[in-house]
Design a binder for this molecule. Structure first.
Ligand code: CDT
Length: 307
């Protein structure tokens, strides 16, 4: 018996400030069609896939940035993507900036089923970067100004014949992200990202961006017996070079498929979700081997305690 889910990572090249939502949605539809022609059932797009990565600029009045956010999903301009998905019977996962009716701002990802219905919403938990304008930087990473960290945590949804979880970009660097989903039996984690190659606070990490990206997702997959689909918006966007390296990772921790460009590109893999059980039922049999009674510090404190 196997439970195959044919998944696609639909990497985006850069989206410039002047690119309209309509132009971007047309690119997403083209990628969706390419993925469908490769027989994918689920297509994963990057974080903030409808716009340029706007947290690289600071505005004193945040309402001047309202135009980067979606107040409804689908909207008039994104509806064609949902329509195409329904027509092709392909599901998708899409990241975007969300502005709620109560004026909250989230970095959000949704899961849409093969009938074009939204079946799950995830809002980014770990928000990196800074809150204030830092004028000495070559570019800003003011996500902490533009987004509220979600308190909703990491859900896992029964969809596409398996247990699907979501995380967004910086979430992938934190082992807790994977483990909270692992404890809900997650079988595939979908992750969009925008990762500048230049890390301003410590440029010694610049050459390691690709290594760290693979390291965290491969270890998270292996240690929780789950597939991970990591999808970039890469390439040079408004002068800032972004990591590409989108990949589909198996529960063994091995990379099954990886992009070779930093432009719009589709990769796919047939994922037998039952493969997860090889890990979940053996080395990572949580019920048998975990020791939560000695893990109290994980949830009991935030920073390092030296006492
Ligand atoms: N989008 C996002 O979360 N990017 C961060 C960049 C590093 S923090 C400035 C990441 O973890 O890839």
């Amino acid at each position: 018996m196997s439970r195959n889910l044919h998944v696609a990572a639909a990497q985006l090249g850069p989206i410039q400030k002047s690119d309209s939502r309509t132009e971007v949605v047309a690119r997403l539809i083209e990628l969706l069609r390419q993925a469908h022609s490769k027989k994918a059932e689920l297509v994963v797009f990057p974080e903030l896939a409808l716009t340029t990565f706007f947290p690289r600029w600071f505005v004193d009045d945040i309402t001047e940035a309202d135009h980067w956010y979606e107040t409804e999903m689908p909207s008039k301009v994104t509806q064609p993507l949902f329509d195409e998905a329904k027509k092709l019977q392909v599901g998708f996962c899409l990241g975007y900036a969300e502005l709620t009716a109560t004026n909250e701002r989230f970095n959000t990802q949704i899961l849409v089923d093969r009938s074009g219905n939204t079946v799950a919403k995830y809002r980014k938990v770990h928000i990196p970067g800074h809150e204030e304008h830092e004028p000495d930087r070559p570019f800003q990473h003011a996500e902490r100004y533009y987004f509220t960290p979600s308190n909703e945590g990491f859900g896992v949804w029964k969809a596409f014949g398996g247990r699907i979880g979501m995380m967004i970009c910086n979430d992938r660097r934190w082992p807790e992200t994977y483990r909270v989903m692992g404890l809900q039996g997650v079988e595939m984690i979908l992750c969009g990202y925008n990762t500048p190659l230049h890390y301003v606070p410590d440029p010694s990490q610049d050459v390691l961006q690709g290594f760290h990206n693979a390291l965290v997702m491969q270890s998270g997959a292996y240690q929780n017996g789950t597939f991970v689909v990591g999808v970039a918006k890469g390439g040079i966007e408004e002068g800032v070079d972004g990591l590409a390296d989108s990949s589909i990772i198996g529960p063994s921790g091995e990379i099954l498929a990886k992009t070779v460009t930093s432009a719009d590109e589709v990769i796919t893999a047939v994922c037998d979700l039952d493969w997860c059980n090889n890990y979940k039922n053996t080395l990572f049999n949580f019920d048998r081997y975990r020791r939560p009674e000695v893990y109290g510090r994980i949830t009991g404190q935030r920073g390092t305690s030296l006492d």
